[in-house]
Write a protein that binds this ligand. Structure first.
Ligand code: CDP
Length: 222
């Protein structure tokens, strides 16, 4: 089985690009951030002192790709709740949590050809990935995309309100990036052998095309 790793900072478009790339090449998409969010969600429910080893976490292949269940339940939009977002980077510093998530990712990697996105996929989880992409975009553009995704950059807002929302979102992303980059274990960092794609000026289709081009280069040796 093979892995294509797509790492990069928050809201660079990793999951959307990885999902589309996987569909194009007939591989399976896996968002590692979704697992960190799921563990965070579980810890918020059970208390910070709870042992994540107690949670029943499963990844099963469904019609829409790999589906995550936690204690038999498929978490939905709550994985993007402000509470989860505020706590996830802290949860992700825990060696026990990283070990747990890493084991699930590697197990999936033994079963499927994966396009896997995250922070440390090409550096730590799958250092032998057949292709490593480091996907970036400038911070204000990433904040803009995240607000559009959350549907909060509404048409009713004034230019001042929109600018304030953008600044607040950029600050949240920056705080999380800083935490992810500075942590001791598996920090967000570009693997030496990763190809960097800055997709600030690219839309989703163009970003997907840029990654597909790298895949062609890699496999056809162009
Ligand atoms: O979508 P976005 O880029 O904002 O976040 P995500 O990919 O869902 O990841 C959420 C958080 O999980 C990150 O900010 C990291 O703290 C953590 N994470 C990690 O530590 N290692 C990974 N491989 C993936 C995510």
């Amino acid at each position: 089985m093979g892995v294509i790793a797509i790492d990069g900072p928050a809201a660079a478009g990793k999951s959307s690009v990885a999902r589309r790339v996987a569909a194009e090449i007939g591989w399976t998409h896996l968002s590692s951030g979704m697992l960190y969010r799921a563990v965070t969600w579980w810890l918020l429910k059970h208390g910070a002192g709870a042992d994540p080893g107690q949670m029943e976490l499963h990844l099963n292949l469904g019609p829409g790709g790999l589906e995550l269940t936690v204690d038999g339940v498929r978490p939905g939009p709550e994985l993007s709740s402000p509470e989860v977002v505020a706590a996830v980077a802290e949860t992700a510093t825990s060696p026990a949590v990283r070990d747990l998530v890493g084991r699930h990712l590697r197990e999936a990697g033994r079963k499927f050809n994966l396009v896997c996105d995250g922070r440390d996929i090409g550096t730590t989880v799958f250092p032998d990935a057949v292709l490593k992409v480091f996907l970036t975009a400038d911070p204000r553009e990433r904040a803009r995309r995240r607000l559009i995704q959350a549907d909060t950059l509404g048409g009713g807002a004034s230019p001042v309100e929109r600018d304030q929302a953008l600044r607040a979102q950029a600050a949240e992303l920056e705080a999380r990036d800083r935490r992810d980059s500075l942590r001791a274990i598996s920090p967000l960092t570009r693997a030496e052998d990763a190809v960097e794609i800055d997709n600030s000026g690219l839309n989703l289709d163009e970003s997907v095309a840029a990654v597909l081009e790298k895949i062609e280069d890699r496999f056809l040796g162009a």
